[in-house]
Design a protein around this ligand. Structure first.
Ligand code: 26V
Length: 812
């Protein structure tokens, strides 16, 4: 690496000259970003090669984390941080008249994920490399990631996110490792001389999966793992054959486009909509390319097949890559000649599965006919897995038709992917304690009864390197000055900050840092949106995907209520607040888009009303992304985690806020429960129904939102403003559907039920925020207790309990 700043400056200057044929003076910011990236890549490559060689030579067990989403965020700053040259580079660039943070802005944020699930995968990769564990990501190289959100006339408009418009400098295309993936056609079998059935495949369509490898750099070590993203292209033979057969070039182009569409775009996470065939194609494409390439690497080791599970762990991030199970069976049986029993044993022992939601509408299932026609051999194998599983159940529960129908993998003309995932793996985990309990006791109870030993909990985590050390460098430095730097390797040691509870100077320092971050955010909001916000107000932040169950609507209605209070009591004492929102709604999710429209409407009314706008402001941050989260979270005072209890499997934003000293207002849902347990009643604002209460209502009824509307004047007044003439509706009907959902369709997410309690929690926050010292102490306690939520802890648990892998030392 660079021994000092001067050496870096020298190397950087010559990179600009050799790589770009320019000088520091003539280079644009993007040029400088590229040159810096190229320089960093040079330094990564040696460790990358060595890591790979080490794993091979030592036959290290490898984990492959299959995920349809990796929400990586920008890589430049993170790589510099992990290589421990961030400040050296920062200073060197300053000498040359450049700013690192401005160069970082030149990088497109690769949005190859929807939200929590994709970002978790990215945090996990960072932890795997940083803990020197041999774990790699397998994902899709979508041409278009999460859409680019614009707000036009107060409504969400989606533009394609062509994130590759500027080269993605971190990837390395490896055509030599391409894999052929087959779709469609039909299967026939013949018997060989020994009477053994062989399955053959005819008239299929063949696609080439070309891998693009991205290095994943460990923190302060020599490990560089790989994120392998697959891209769909026509195969060489296919192209040649078509060129010979098809005289018309147009046909060829159409064919090429149809193949490439497999890795064209990321599906939004609420799409129950039609046209899912392409999504199933995407899933099989990732799985088949991935498993074939894993098998290829395994074979290079020249070990017996029985040792496959000692060499390889295949992890599936939700059910999206569940076809790993039949695909590995297919390869082992049809291509390697292994019998069913042994193949099944190998498969089950290698595969593990994480469930990320209990929402029934989010559980994947595919029409039998679609699977059969698109993946004929895979369907046969699934069908056989199902047959054998149902027979086994019949032996354990003879005559219990109801139970068997309930647990079957193929039933009602559908293939149930969660069932396939549980049956075909040795481990099933939930992502927070409460979530895992709900899986065991309710959603997957019958599976838990059948395979209790498979179920386990792995509470989610976040990488403290990106979310604290990089996003909030001043806070990280203050922590290190206070308790030394061991917390970086052992985040639980953040606990030592509790010794500073009575240290007024330290509490003031935390406050100063927060204040500075708030000013920076305020400046950025002013520059980008033209909205002036008061850095002394409470920064109250609600950033996450827009979903009914996440209840951005509850927050919005509360803001309307506060506005009404201020308007009717102009002299009312109110602690100034700025409400920030960031949220994308899937394009087909009508209700979610209405809520975005409402929030923008509220922002417009409040921000332009001089009667209130020195006390309240509402900011909707368009195009919420990892990089926006990195700006906003360090500047937050209040973290909104207000999902309907039982619905949010874990949440990970909640952990990021906590680690940056924001205090949570939240329901007892997901990982909020564990945050509450760590910080205690005084350092979190909990409110609302418990998950048991919610589940009880769903089961036995008894909730009437209309009754609350009729009885609570505040609710009625606020809701009426949605449909009657008011500043928010202006007499139009655009919010009628929100009103109807809450009043006439019995408020599926218990917004009205929790409204009163939420108002009280928010009142307490306002009162407490004014007691500065006490508030700073709450902030300190949150930071001090956040170590548990480092993804290093989570990954260590996966490594020892599920994957059975250990730390390795890579050699120079
Ligand atoms: C998918 C769908 C599809 C159908 C309509 C409703 C709906 C709602 C949510 C989803 C996403 C399911 C998978 C997911 O992203 N889960 C998130 O995973 C995070 C990481 O474990 C966790 O923190 C979040 O609580 C969980 O929602």
């Amino acid at each position: 690496m660079f021994s000092d700043k001067e050496e870096f400056k020298q190397a950087f200057t010559s990179k600009i000259e050799t790589e770009l044929g320019k000088t520091i003076e003539t280079a644009t910011e993007f040029d400088s970003y590229r040159a810096l990236g190229a320089l960093v890549k040079d330094r990564i490559s040696e460790n990358w090669l060595n890591t790979e060689r080490y794993y091979k030579e030592n036959k290290t067990k490898q984990v492959y984390y299959f995920s349809m989403e990796f929400l990586m965020g920008r890589l430049l700053g993170n790589n510099l941080l992990n290589m421990e040259i961030l400040s050296l580079v920062d200073e060197g660039l300053k000498d040359l008249g450049l700013s690192l943070s401005e160069l970082e802005e030149e990088e497109n944020d690769p949005g190859l994920g929807n939200g929590g699930l994709g970002r978790l995968a990215a945090c996990f990769l960072d932890s795997l490399a940083s803990l020197e564990l041999a774990g790699h990501g397998y994902g899709m190289r979508y041409k278009y990631g999460m859409f680019d959100q614009r707000i036009i006339d107060g409504e969400q408009v989606e533009l394609p996110d062509y994130w590759l418009s500027k080269d993605f400098i971190w990837e390395v295309r490896r055509p030599e490792d391409s894999i052929d993936v087959k779709f469609g056609g039909y299967v026939y079998s013949d018997k060989d001389a020994n009477g053994k059935l062989n399955f053959k495949y005819k008239d299929y369509e063949q696609v080439s999966a070309v891998p693009y490898d991205v290095p994943v750099v460990g923190y302060n070590n020599e490990t560089v793992n790989t994120l392998r993203l697959w891209s769909a292209e026509p195969t060489a033979e296919d192209t040649l054959a078509r060129a010979e057969n098809e005289k018309e070039f147009g046909h060829f182009l159409n064919h090429k486009r149809s193949l490439e569409s497999i890795s064209e775009f990321l599906y939004p996470d609420d799409s129950n909509e039609e046209g899912k065939r392409l999504r199933l194609k995407q899933e099989y494409f990732l799985v088949s390319a991935g498993v074939q390439s894993v098998v290829r690497s395994f074979e290079a080791l020249e070990l017996p097949w029985s040792s496959f599970p000692d060499q390889v762990a295949l992890h599936i991030n939700d059910t999206h890559p569940a076809l790993v199970i039949p695909e590995l069976m297919r390869i082992l049986m049809d291509e390697k000649g292994i019998g069913w029993e042994e193949a099944w044993d190998i498969t089950q022992s290698s595969v593990s599965y994480t469930n990320h939601t209990t929402l029934s509408e989010a559980l994947e299932s595919w029409p039998v006919e679609m699977v059969r026609s698109l993946l004929p051999r895979i369907f046969m194998i699934i069908d056989e897995i199902n047959e054998r599983f149902c027979q086994e159940l019949w032996r354990t529960y003879p005559g219990d038709f109801d139970r068997i129908a309930d647990l079957a993998i193929v039933a009602d003309g559908q293939v149930k992917m969660a069932h396939l995932s549980i049956v075909g793996s040795h481990s099933v985990n939930g992502v927070a304690r409460l979530h895992t309990e709900i899986l065991k006791k309710r959603e997957m109870k019958r599976f838990y009864d059948t395979f209790p030993e498979r179920f386990n909990n792995k509470t989610n985590g976040i990488t403290h390197r990106r979310w604290l050390m990089h996003a909030n460098q001043p806070l990280a430095s203050a922590i290190t000055e206070a308790i030394g730097d061991k917390w970086i390797e052992q985040p639980k040691l953040l606990n030592n900050l509790l010794d500073k509870k009575d240290d007024l100077a330290f509490l003031d320092r935390l406050d100063d840092i927060k204040q500075k971050n708030k000013r920076d955010l305020a400046d950025w909001v002013h520059q980008t949106q033209g909205i002036a916000v008061d850095p002394n107000s409470i920064f109250d932040v609600h950033i996450k995907r827009l979903h009914g169950y996440k209840r951005q609507l509850l927050n919005a209605l509360h803001i309307m209520h506060l506005y009404n209070e201020l308007k009717s009591h102009p002299t009312m004492d109110m602690v100034p607040r700025t409400f920030f929102f960031g949220a994308k709604a899937a394009s087909s999710y009508y209700f979610a888009k209405k809520v975005i429209q409402l929030i923008n409407r509220i922002a417009h009314v409040i921000n332009n009303d001089p009667d209130v706008n020195d006390k309240m402001k509402v900011v909707f941050l368009p195009n919420y992304s990892v990089s926006i989260a990195e700006r906003v979270i360090p500047a937050s005072n209040v973290s909104e985690q207000i999902s309907t209890a039982s619905k949010e499997a874990s949440g990970t934003g909640n952990m990021k806020f906590m680690m940056n000293g924001a205090v949570t207002v939240g329901t007892m849902d997901g990982a909020n429960v564990e945050i509450h347990e760590l910080v205690g009643d005084d350092n979190i604002y909990t409110f609302g129904l418990s998950s048991d209460e919610v589940l009880e209502y769903y089961r036995n009824g008894g909730y009437s939102s209309k009754q609350i509307y009729d009885q609570d004047e505040r609710v009625r007044h606020t809701l009426d403003q949605l449909i009657h003439y008011s500043p928010f509706s202006k007499g139009e009907t655009q919010f009628q559907d929100i009103y109807d959902a809450l009043v006439h369709h019995n408020d599926e997410y218990f917004v009205l039920k929790d409204f009163a309690d939420y108002i009280l929690a928010q009142k307490r926050i306002s009162q407490d925020f004014e007691k500065k010292r006490q508030w700073n102490l709450k902030s300190l306690i949150n930071i001090a207790q956040s170590g548990k939520f480092s993804s290093d802890r989570t990954i260590q648990e996966y490594a020892s309990d599920i994957w059975k892998i250990q730390k390795v030392r890579t050699l120079k």
